[in-house]
Design a protein around this ligand. Structure first.
Ligand code: PLP
Length: 285
């Protein structure tokens, strides 16, 4: 596995950063996970835009480095011979000489990119879809969930709570309000309307979320970005999770409640079909 670290391409075993790195000490760092299909990054522009939003939000500028993301990704994909998988990209505020909460700006950021080869789950998802069970947990995260920060301890703990109950994901609930999964966005279908919580500081604006809304709009399927209560989640006709790695997955159980009649719903079949077509069109040229 060849990775990119601070201007160099090198085997992962040789890639190392300082123990003073603020990513390590403070989780002073942001990241992206970019799917790769047919050897090409998927929704690259949107991922880079979101990275820039995260960087701005934590007041970290990469302008001195003049990074050409496109070139770096192409090079890494080619060096790893990556067809299907993802790119993991992390930027930290680097390693100052002293541990200090203040954001010193003279340190060089750490830029790390790794290519991960993954057996595609998309064709499997479509042909033999697996209906998921999820649990809900109190949203005990900070109030800037719109930043794609590597400070993911709450997300990891929540995901493990799901695992402990043989569930695939934990959905964060604040009061009565559905926010998002530990590493995914949530959609429900209610009387034919595809609904997802609106963008806010309580959720990460998922790239897959945007794409689902876009595909639904293109097909004239009604969508609504509005807050969703826990009761609505329990009584929805369909529940889906979306993320770059999950793509669009159907949920048929939330806590001890069965969703709809317990079968994967018709709109899910339509949207994944649309998603497959979308990728096909994009990469067949
Ligand atoms: N919400 C959280 C907390 C996430 O970590 C992720 C992705 O990992 C998402 C939502 C989905 O975002 P995307 O579709 O861009 O992968």
């Amino acid at each position: 596995n060849i990775v990119y670290l601070n201007g160099e391409f090198l085997p992962i075993e040789q890639a190392s950063i300082s123990v003073m790195d603020r990513g390590f000490l403070f989780a002073d760092s942001v990241y992206e996970v970019i799917p790769v299909y047919a050897g090409r990054p998927f929704r690259l522009v949107q991922h880079i835009e979101r990275l820039n939003r995260s960087l701005n939000a934590i007041r970290l500028s990469l302008s001195d480095l003049n990074i050409q993301w496109n070139d770096l990704f192409s090079e890494l994909i080619s060096q790893n011979n990556l067809q299907q998988g993802s790119l993991y990209l992390q930027v930290t505020r680097g390693s100052p000489s002293k541990r200090d909460h203040r954001l010193a700006d003279e340190t060089q950021p750490t830029v790390f990119i790794k290519a991960d080869c993954l057996a595609s789950n998309s064709s499997k998802t479509q042909n033999e879809p697996e209906a998921l069970k999820v649990i809900t947990v109190d949203d005990f995260r900070w109030q800037r969930c719109d930043i794609k920060s590597t400070g993911l301890l709450a997300n990891c703990l929540a995901r493990q709570m799901a695992e402990d109950q043989q569930a695939s994901e934990a959905i964060f609930i604040a009061g009565e309000q559905v926010n998002e999964g530990s590493a995914s966005n949530v959609f429900i279908v209610e009387q034919g309307v595809i609904k997802t919580p609106p963008l806010s500081n309580n959720i990460l604006g998922g790239i897959t979320r945007d794409l689902v809304l876009e595909m639904a709009d293109n097909n004239g399927w009604p969508t609504e970005q509005s807050s969703i209560r826990l009761e609505q989640l329990y009584h929805a006709d369909e529940v889906w999770l979306t993320s770059s790695s999950r793509e669009i997955q159907p949920v048929t159980q939330v806590d001890d409640k069965t969703i709809g009649d317990g079968a994967i719903g018709p709109l899910w079949h339509k949207i994944v079909h649309e998603f497959a077509d979308f990728k096909q069109r994009l990469f067949s040229g």
